[in-house]
Ligand binder design. Structure first.
Ligand code: C5P
Length: 229
């Protein structure tokens, strides 16, 4: 069974998806980490960002492994390295070209094959798993997302204004919404969860409730019907 959780940057998808997966005993896949990993790999090799052919070639050869919540590129665990602002600001070079998305999409489908999994990203319910059993689109206003991010960073001792966060977040939202393939949008059959004014616990509770409903409905649909003679 596949559950997709899509939404914009800073909507809290990763922590919710991880939590939902834990509660249901499903696996969890962070697809943003895959785009981040190939971006980091390109930075290490010094491939020019506008050399699309070489970027595609690199993405083709890259061995991405997602295991126990860690991401490996060619056997190297780069789970921390991929979270830098430098990686974030260059992801579009790998996330925009349709040919690269094709390869990463194929890897995501391969990882999900035969598994009960919660996958999280931008295009999971639209492009990658259009037949997913349950689709959630988790969102909040840009201001709310920026305020939450600021609080998270402050807890780690990083001081940055809401305006600064908002500016880079708006830029990412724009890039994510404009790409020709795999752009950020809710699937027509996704349940949209608007989380402004909700606490993290309330969001978790609501998403879990919706997913449980979906999983039950899906199990009921696939159960063999009674045969009466
Ligand atoms: O989720 P996260 O913020 O780590 O994703 C990083 C970037 O990777 C996103 O801003 C988006 O550009 C790209 N991405 C994507 N498709 C996905 C997941 C992430 O294009 N399924």
């Amino acid at each position: 069974m596949i559950i997709t959780i899509d939404g914009p940057a800073g909507a809290g998808k990763s922590s919710i998806a991880r939590r939902v997966a834990n509660e249901l005993g499903f696996e969890f896949l962070d697809t943003g980490a895959m785009y981040r990993a190939v971006t980091w790999g390109v930075m290490q090799r010094g491939i020019a960002w506008d050399d699309v052919e070489s970027l595609v070639e690199f993405a083709d050869a890259a061995r991405l492994i997602w295991q126990d919540d860690r991401i490996y590129l060619d056997d190297q665990d780069i789970s921390e390295e991929i979270r830098t602002p430098q990686v974030t600001s260059h992801i579009r070079y790998l996330a925009d070209p349709p040919k690269i998305r094709e390869r990463i999409t194929a890897q995501q489908r391969r990882i999900a094959t035969g598994r009960d999994i919660v996958t999280e990203g931008r295009d999971q319910g639209t492009e990658v798993f259009p037949d997913a059993h349950c689709k959630i689109f988790l969102t909040a206003s840009p201001e709310e997302r920026a305020r939450r991010r600021q609080r998270q960073l402050a807890e780690k001792g990083q001081v940055i204004t809401v305006e600064e966060i908002l500016a880079s977040q708006n830029q990412r939202d724009l890039e994510d919404r404009m790409r020709p393939v795999g752009r950020l949008r809710a699937a027509s059959d996704a349940i949209v969860v608007q989380t402004d004014g909700m606490s993290p616990d309330e969001v978790r509770g609501e998403v879990l409730r919706l997913v449980r409903e979906c999983v039950q409905a899906s199990a009921a649909n696939s159960a063999p019907s009674d045969v009466t003679t």
